[in-house]
Write a protein that binds this ligand. Structure first.
Ligand code: IVH
Length: 659
């Protein structure tokens, strides 16, 4: 029997109310954000299609949690607003469009601030003394947590201004990443609750009934707003507010930036996205605020959020979707790996349709079944995985998954997996030669081993269904350029069981040539850090197999070339240079350029600083070029670097030429 819309609405409302209470009042979430959003969106849609089901008490009609009963509720002097969100450049540009309508279409100056993931607080100072601290609550009334806030060292009890000040400021209370980790370590040692994230830990700590507990945990604060800033002399911009706040003793962010116009603003966002993991605190996005207070005022607010600011959120790395099927894939070592086929879902900045289930143990442990609703995760370049099943949404008639013990044609599938690995981005990087084409090539007996890839002709490719002349030519070009490679890439591409990037890199540095590597004994191999007896055995066996020797000869004959790697250990004494790469390059993909620079003993880092020796810039270089100029760094173009990589000039000479 299917559920009626009205029953479903009641179920969703109850569930969401419970979740809201657990989150806002008890600081102890029972479902995660992604699941909450899915249920919430389902309720919104249901109420839209069945307006008769909409009731005032629905969680869709309220915002956030109502103030908890534990603390005194007090009204805010001015409402504590929230921020609108954007999730992609289009959304951000529409936000800019709306603002530019009020700025006579002039590019707008934004102040860009990290969006701290803690909880908002409003602090009232009278005669320079802290007299009251209120949480945001529902935005109109908040909870009086003054006593607890007084225990936070980073909150000034008295301001350092000459004249007594009566001001209200707003900011975020949070834990820095390290402090959060040590808090959880301590909780675990004491056998107490482990916090799921630093935001909940901050909320839970601030709303402790006993201020001693609050004081015993390392909360900190960052102030990002001065209420009625324009009433203070000489303040006409948000950046000046922050400067003023700092000058009277508040802790403000060290990581704010100014950006004029949407393109620079977007570049700053991208920069934060890259630096996110290296920041000492958690952020879930960045906040863009119109810097000019007069323009802020003329833009005003809508509903609960100002029109002059928005939060540009990072792509969430967890989402909820459904398992359509579970297939078994054959890996390049012949191992069977179960894979969940998913209803497409956008997560971690990409649409995913598959997620790995690792192995049978993992499926059993997580009890993933076909038709299940699951939380999937994709962070950075990591393979998407199923985190867990949303049991509350499981179909009643579902059955546990049974994994087959073998699959037909396993040997051929293993070979295909090896070929796919060989062509992959971090191996030979043959652009355009994806899984489907490789399967077709093997099915049509065009290729058998790695070396056959280099024998493909345009006629071979065009003969395949759905492959035009242009794509055929692009693929051949990609195959051809992949011949110019590096030894670590080639070693990795061979697909030796257990040899990942890092091992391939160490092997290349240690032996410098394929011949020497091929002749290494297991004892010599085991001398390399991180190589144990099993791996050493795999490597030696691979090279001792006659078919593999033939394969390597064929690859060299096909025209594969690579520079002899230099041991980084020995280089360290000679050249000690560090550079940053920015922009796009016409000859080498960035990754390869980076590897080539490494072979010359030049370290490539991502952040510019005074410790960097030079910047390598391609076309479309953005803010990094400007910053490098400001720092007075040497700047090399692609051509200069070509000279360096071809050994026509040394890095030292290149630097001297620019003096
Ligand atoms: S400004 C009227 N600036 O984000 C503007 N908020 O989603 C109100 N937040 O409740 C907020 N970092 O708790 C602002 N640099 C920042 C922020 C920030 C974090 C939080 C704040 C707010 C929530 C809105």
């Amino acid at each position: 029997m299917t559920e009626s819309p009205s029953d479903r609405a009641i179920w969703l409302r109850t569930k969401l109310d419970e979740a809201n209470r657990a989150y806002h009042e008890f600081d102890d979430p029972i479902i995660d954000d992604a699941e909450f959003d899915t249920l919430f969106n389902e309720l919104i849609l249901l109420e839209k299609h069945h307006p008769e089901l909409l009731v005032d008490s629905s969680p869709t009609q309220r915002v956030g949690g109502s103030p908890s009963k534990k603390f005194l509720s007090l009204k805010h002097s001015t409402p504590m607003l929230s921020l609108s969100n954007v999730f992609d450049p289009e959304g951000f540009f529409s936000f800019c469009d709306r603002i530019e309508q009020s700025s006579a279409n002039e590019p707008v100056e934004f102040i860009v601030e990290p969006k701290l993931d803690g909880l908002a607080i409003s602090l009232m100072y009278e005669n320079s003394k802290l007299v009251q601290a209120l949480t945001r609550g529902d935005g109109v009334t908040g909870e009086d947590v003054t006593e607890n806030v007084m225990t936070i060292k980073a909150v000034p009890r008295t301001l350092t201004s000459k004249a007594p000040l009566n001001i209200e400021v707003r900011g975020e209370i949070y834990f820095e990443k390290d402090d959060f980790e040590s808090l959880n370590a301590r909780q675990s040692k004491l056998g107490q609750k482990i916090f799921v994230n630093s935001r909940n830990a901050a909320a839970g700590t601030l709303r402790q009934l006993d201020p001693k507990i609050t004081g015993s945990r390392p909360l900190t604060i960052c102030i990002y707003a001065l209420v009625n800033a324009n009433s203070i002399q000489n303040i006409t911009r948000q950046s000046e507010s922050l400067k003023f706040l700092r000058s009277v003793g508040f802790k403000t962010s060290n990581d704010t930036e100014l950006a004029t116009g949407r393109a620079s603003a977007l570049a700053v966002f991208r920069d934060f996205e890259k630096r996110r993991d290296n920041l000492p605190y958690d952020i879930d996005g960045v906040v863009f605020k119109v810097n000019d207070l007069r323009l802020q005022e003329s833009l005003g607010s809508v509903a609960r959020a100002p029109r002059w600011a928005t939060a540009f959120k990072f792509a969430p790395d967890e989402e909820v979707t459904r398992v359509l099927a579970i297939d078994v894939q054959v890996g390049r070592t012949g191992v069977l790996t179960p894979v969940a086929r998913l209803e497409p879902v956008f997560v971690g900045g990409a649409t995913i349709t598959n997620a790995t289930l690792h192995n049978m143990d993992e499926i059993m442990r997580k009890d993933v079944r076909v038709q299940d609703t699951v939380v999937v995760r994709r962070a950075g370049d990591v393979i998407p995985e199923v985190v867990r099943v949303v049991l509350s949404a499981r179909k009643p008639n579902s059955l546990p998954y049974q994994m087959p013990t073998d699959v037909p044609d396993r040997a051929r599938l293993t070979r295909i997996a090896q070929l796919i690995h060989f062509c992959s981005r971090q191996a030979m990087n043959i652009d355009g030669l994806g899984d489907k084409l490789i399967q077709q090539f093997v099915a049509n007996k065009l290729i058998y081993d790695f070396a056959d890839i280099y024998k493909l002709t345009e006629a071979d490719l065009i003969a395949l269904p759905r492959l035009g002349e242009k794509s055929a030519r692009n693929i051949l070009t990609a195959i051809n350029s992949s011949k110019d490679t590096t030894l670590p890439r080639l070693i990795f591409a061979l697909g030796i069981n257990g040899v990942g990037h890092a091992t391939a890199q160490s092997l290349a540095e240690e032996f410098a040539s394929l011949e020497d590597l091929g002749q290494a004994s297991t004892i010599e191999l085991e001398e390399i850090p991180d190589i144990g007896p099993v791996l050493a055995g795999n490597i030696a066996e691979w090279f001792a197999t006659p078919a593999n020797e033939l394969l390597l000869n064929n690859l060299v004959e096909a025209g594969l070339v690579w520079p002899t790697p230099v041991k980084v250990k020995t280089i360290k004494h000679d050249v000690k240079l560090t550079c940053v790469i920015t922009g796009t390059f016409s000859e080498l993909p960035r990754e390869l350029l980076k590897e080539r620079l490494n072979t010359k003993g030049i370290r490539v880092v991502s952040a510019l600083s005074k410790n960097v020796d030079f910047l390598v810039t391609g076309t479309k270089a953005g803010s990094k070029l400007k910053k490098a100029k400001e720092l007075g760094l040497h700047i090399f173009r692609e051509g200069d670097v070509r000279l360096l990589l071809n050994d026509e000039i040394s890095a030292d000479q290149l630097l001297k030429n620019q003096q």
